[in-house]
Ligand binder design. Sequence first.
Ligand code: BT5
Length: 266
Amino acid sequence: MEFTAEEIKKLISSNVTEIGKEIVVYDEVESTNTIAYELLKEGYPAGTVVIADRQTKGKGRLGRRWISPAGKNIYMSFALRPNITPKYATLITLTSVVACTTAVRRYTEIPVLIKWPNDMLIDHKKIGGILTEMKIEGEKIKAAVVGIGLNINMTENDIPEEIKEIATSLRLCKGEEFSRAMLVAEIIKEFDKWYQLLEKKNRKTIIDRWMALSGTIGKQVKIVLSDRELMGLAEAIDEEGRLIVKLHDGKYEKISAGDVTLLRAK
Ligand code: BT5
């Protein structure tokens, strides 16, 4: 990796309250999410950040794979002990995607959009995704790990065939390379701010910002759930982070997990 934990700590300086007090940087790991959870169990403080240059078993949601080549992108995870009830667990992902999108927009000036719940898109192509994993016991979230994968300096040739149609990178969008260290630092600082809002129950601010950055709200969507598919208008996000969809028969559904495909106007 071209940067050290100390360099990232200098870049975030004293601008954070809880996140990034401990930062661990690796050249290669199976998955930064797995490492972050292990570190938390070993006694590392909540707010520890794990960053790797490459992953050999990068994870997406629902057992999917996150393609994680070396030298180009960011793979980072936040090890957390969120002080919120499981009812609001979805908001952890929404908060994280707001923080990451805001940081990337400010640093690159690229108008990245969010797709519910966890995708970051440019021109309908994915530049990043978030995987939140949690350990819930009773009414308490004992631990949560938020993993962010962000495609930064991949060129056309670096993107494997299997995701060429659906993936892009910041470099491909802007025609210039970006500093991974600077982006990591910006994301940590922004994450710290939004995570404080979540813990202070300032949910409306997070949801409003999510909707403002969203490419989903106000659009016709197709939602693939484990047992069925829905089509309708994505109207809003509710207090628990669920997507409110108005179906064609006028009825409403609240969706808390699933895959959303935007139906594009022909
Ligand atoms: C996600 O899953 O979008 C969550 C990705 C989270 C990755 C981070 S990296 C750091 C941390 N450590 C981990 O092990 N994971 C997290 P999902 O919505 O299920 O999307 C997965 C799908 O995205 C795959 O099935 C591919 O179609 C596509 N995909 C895989 N790698 C990609 C990439 N590098 N860029 C864009 N799309 C990709």
